[in-house]
Write a protein that binds this ligand. Structure first.
Ligand code: GCU
Length: 580
């Protein structure tokens, strides 16, 4: 279900009663079978002798949206199941309004939905939205809505056992009831293809009625027929003012089918490659980027909502970026809307990260589901130019087949954007790096994570390091960087000092400049250094320096800028001033 933010919603955000259930006894009984008197029944004692060993009404609460780790220090490291419950009742008008869906913005990692004790759905994937139809099940009585969430790391989940980010659990984005007519637009999307034509698709739920599409400023008022799920191309006579990084132009797009009407704001731009160059609206463009986790600019918690999105973009834009890498999973929809409005290009990514069970068919099935949810929510967003299917996965026949399947599927869902994956650079002292990961033949842009001057490589050699690939495709450094504790100073050979980090950035910007494809015959078309801000990571445990934070941020977890921030900012200012 897309365009949810523009729909008739009843927010279910706020305090939900919760039960922490580390042994999942609220779902599985002593004989390892489903426990029919489990917490999802939301029982209350019916008489003084009634043995009910839980009670949501008097249970503690957690706020939705929000990770549980930072709401209660006892849950700081918690990995397991927590049950959320709230009561829901509709008004007479809402009951009569047509169909109603529960929409969950994200719940990490796997969640089950129960209404009045009945299990309705299960969703695997901690960063993508899902909807469950509740039509006919809700009236003006009080109903029990229970969502079981578990953030356990499992070998056959995506992501799997290890990640360099905090495993924030919980209902981490908003939950709403969505009211729609009997026939409504489950999906409606519009974007510009590389050839400059506007293309789109609709998926009508409830009938195969014709869909009316209007873009008043472009003189578009067309009726789309041809079945409930259809793709289309538009011939638009009007001059379309292109959406462009730094010059965001959005048009109101009105979708109507029957009594369903949705207005979206859409920008139109072309994104292509030309050999090792990235070309946007025909302009060769160097991606001045930064990577980000979905962690609020201060407070060390999972980010959500428009205020967090604005805070993260304010900080990124202060660097002079035209590009953000939203790592390593699907970010909040508010981030995509903010990128569209601000004219900042975006990399969107699946959490197919490090050690994935590439040999398990059900794992590929879930990867496809998460990919569908990633693309179907955001393929109208002009800011999105990359769909990334992985981060730092070791080449193998199984991994190559798995990622090739995802890349193929991504192109089927959206033939207009660049497909990539962040590739691993193994430790090396070489001065010439030839990136020949076989996946390079499949993806459109060779994204490279490299840590010269931090994990490996002599700093003195970095500025003169050359990069090449056997593929005539752009390289983007999706990660590079070094750690520093804000306020920790010394000479630039002292690790963890701001001076050390700044010195690494200085030589990397020299290296990038010498390899740029927008200036001459280089291969590097952009970069998104790791990372905007320090972020929580369980493996980063150096006392007094890391204390549970990855310190590669250019900004501390409380918003203090480090010296390297200015190094990158001045480099980007220089790049931006070079009108090619
Ligand atoms: C890896 C990985 C990141 C990690 C970073 C680091 O490249 O992609 O998720 O945080 O390196 O080592 O800090």
């Amino acid at each position: 279900m897309s365009n949810v933010l523009a729909r008739n919603l009843l927010s279910l955000d706020g305090d939900w009663n919760v039960i922490v259930d580390p042994y999942e006894m609220g779902y599985v009984g002593i004989l390892e079978q489903r426990n029919d008197r489990g917490f999802f029944r939301d029982h209350a004692p019916r008489h003084p002798g009634d043995r009910v060993e839980y009670d949501f009404d008097t249970a503690p609460t957690l706020t939705v949206p929000g990770d549980w780790n930072t709401q209660d220090e006892r849950l700081h490291y918690y990995e397991g199941t927590i049950w959320y419950r709230r009561k829901v009742a509709l008004t007479v008008d809402q009951v009569a309004s047509g169909r109603v869906f529960l929409h969950v913005g994200a719940a990490n990692h796997t969640s089950r939905v129960f209404l009045d004790g009945e299990e309705l759905a299960v969703h695997a994937g901690g960063f993508s939205p899902y909807a469950v139809e509740l039509t006919g099940r809700l009236n003006t009585e009080e109903h029990s809505l229970v969502i079981q969430v578990d953030n356990r790391r499992e070998r056959d989940r995506i992501p799997a056992m290890r990640s360099d980010w905090w495993n924030f659990g919980g209902i981490t984005r908003s939950v709403d009831l969505v009211f729609v007519p009997d026939t409504f637009l489950r999906h409606a999307w519009l974007t510009m293809a590389p050839d400059g034509r506007v293309i789109g698709g609709v998926e009508v739920d409830g009938s195969d009625d014709a869909v009316e599409l209007r873009i008043p400023e472009l003189g578009v008022d067309t009726v789309l027929t041809g079945g409930s799920s259809r793709h289309f191309k538009l011939d638009i006579d009007h001059e379309i003012e292109r959406w462009h990084p730094g010059r965001p132009r959005l048009y109101d797009v009105e979708w109507t089918v029957g009594h369903d009407a949705v207005i979206d704001q859409v920008g139109f731009r072309t994104i292509t490659t030309d050999g090792t160059r990235i070309v946007i609206n025909g302009e060769v463009t160097f991606l001045r980027g930064i990577s980000m986790h979905a962690e609020a600019i201060s407070g060390g918690r999972r980010s959500h909502g428009p205020t967090d999105a604005a805070g993260l973009f304010d900080s990124a834009e202060a660097l002079g970026v035209n590009f953000v890498r939203l790592a390593h999973y699907q970010h909040d929809e508010y981030m995509m809307r903010e990128a569209d409005r601000r004219g900042v290009l975006a990399w969107c990514e699946l959490p197919v990260y490090w050690g994935i069970a590439f040999d398990q068919p059900h794992v590929l099935e879930n990867a496809r589901e998460q990919l569908d949810e990633l693309i179907t929510r955001d393929r109208s967003r002009a800011s999105v130019i990359f769909w990334s299917v992985a981060n730092e996965t070791m080449p193998s026949p199984g991994r190559n087949a798995f990622l090739t399947d995802l890349a193929t599927r991504a192109r089927e869902l959206d033939p207009t954007r660049l497909i990539s994956a962040a590739l691993l650079t193994l430790p090396t002292d070489a001065q010439d790096h030839h990136v020949d990961d076989p996946l390079g033949a499949v993806i459109d842009v060779i994204a490279v994570n490299q840590y010269l001057g931090w994990y490996y490589g002599e700093r003195e050699k970095i500025a003169t390091t050359r990069w090449s690939t056997p593929f005539d495709k752009p390289i983007v450094f999706t990660e590079m960087g070094a750690g520093a504790k804000a306020g920790h100073h010394g000479n630039d050979e002292q690790i963890w000092t701001e001076e050390f980090q700044a010195a690494v950035y200085a030589v990397h910007t020299q290296m990038v400049n010498a390899n740029r494809s927008d200036l001459d015959n280089g291969v590097v078309a952009g970069m998104s250094p790791w990372i905007l801000k320090d972020f929580r990571a369980p493996v980063r445990v150096l006392p007094g320096i890391q204390d549970g934070y990855n310190r590669k941020g250019l900004v501390s977890e409380e918003g203090e800028r480090k010296l390297a921030f200015d190094v990158l900012h001045s480099f980007y200012d220089g790049v931006a001033s070079q009108v090619i």
